[in-house]
Design a binder for this molecule. Structure first.
Ligand SMILES: [Zn+2]
Length: 303
């Protein structure tokens, strides 16, 4: 079965609805890593959220959601590209976590955790500029933290519902669309009413139901009384975008003294992709080539 993301629009163009439920793409992420259940849940929710937000990217790059933590979880990353290929990883400080641990107890127990959203244009974009938004981690779930971020940073009113277990991760995003530009056909008060109604209906979502139900069927179940305009479903896949060139960039950032010291110790530098586990090996000759003068070296991490 293929994973798909569905988009709908209220008939008056005032509310956008997106829904996703990932099976195979989420399983693939989990094959590469074994995390405790509470961490798995957070990561699945972050993955579902990244696909919902990336579906609105206006450029051919990627959207990265990061939870940087000061607790058992040091880092959670979900990256989704504009073509809806997704990858994700976690860095743990300790594996002993409780089943009922939350985003706050796992990622933000000391209150210094950060929620980072990165919009990363393609590497070959002229004048490429990466956008990065950073906010404190607020709320008791990935959905609440993300809503707080969107409240601070976006013009659009947005709400999001997320869930994840071992088999699926799923989410629904509601966005109130602006009336400017002549696309919205309803009056301001009608549009506001549609938004309130959509929120009211979506607030009945139960996580179990979100995980067990096909996402298009879920939207029709919630909004059965509304006329929805339907966009073509888009496939979501798992794919890692790591390349030898990106790993080489990372080694350049590490610096020649550090790389030389690893070479003296082990005769080669082996770096495994933190997302997919693929190993990249650099011997003495490869490593020497890394530090040959080149016209321009991008100062960018491998994420
Ligand atoms: Zn990789």
């Amino acid at each position: 079965m293929q994973d798909t993301l569905h988009k709908f629009l209220f008939e008056d163009h005032s509310v956008r609805v997106e829904a996703v439920r990932l099976g195979p793409a989420w399983q693939q992420t989990r094959i590469n890593h074994a995390y405790p259940p509470a961490v798995n849940r957070l990561l699945g929710e972050l993955v579902a959220a990244s696909t919902l937000l990336a579906a609105n990217l206006k450029f051919d790059g990627s959207l990265i959601l990061q939870l940087q933590g000061d607790g058992a979880v040091a880092l959670l990353v979900a990256e989704c590209r504009a073509d809806l290929s997704v990858r994700a990883t976690v860095k743990l400080r300790e594996r002993e976590v409780r089943e009922d641990d939350t985003i706050q107890t796992l990622v933000n127990p000391n209150g210094t955790g950060r929620f980072v959203v990165v919009l990363d244009p393609p590497r070959d974009t002229p004048g490429r500029q990466t956008y990065q938004g950073v906010v404190p981690i607020e709320g008791n779930s990935v959905a609440e933290a993300l809503e707080q971020y969107m409240l601070r940073s976006e013009q659009l009113h947005s709400r999001i519902w997320l869930a994840a277990d071992d088999h699926h991760c799923a989410g629904i995003l509601l966005q109130q669309l602006p009336s400017q530009g002549g696309i919205q056909t309803s009056s301001l008060s009608d549009a506001q009413e549609s938004w309130i109604r959509a929120n009211h209906l979506a607030d009945t979502i139960k996580p179990d139901e979100l995980l067990a139900t096909d996402s298009a069927a879920m939207v029709h179940r919630l909004f059965w009384d509304e006329t929805l305009l339907v966009s073509a479903p888009r496939p979501v896949t798992w794919r890692c975008s790591c390349t030898r060139e990106r790993v080489a960039d990372m080694l350049r950032m590490l610096g020649q003294p550090e790389v030389d010291s690893i070479l003296r110790e082990r005769n080669q530098v082996e770096v495994c992709c933190e997302f997919c586990g693929k190993p990249y090996e650099f011997d003495q000759v490869d490593a020497a080539a890394l530090f040959q003068p080149v016209p321009s070296v991008e100062n960018k991490s491998v994420h």
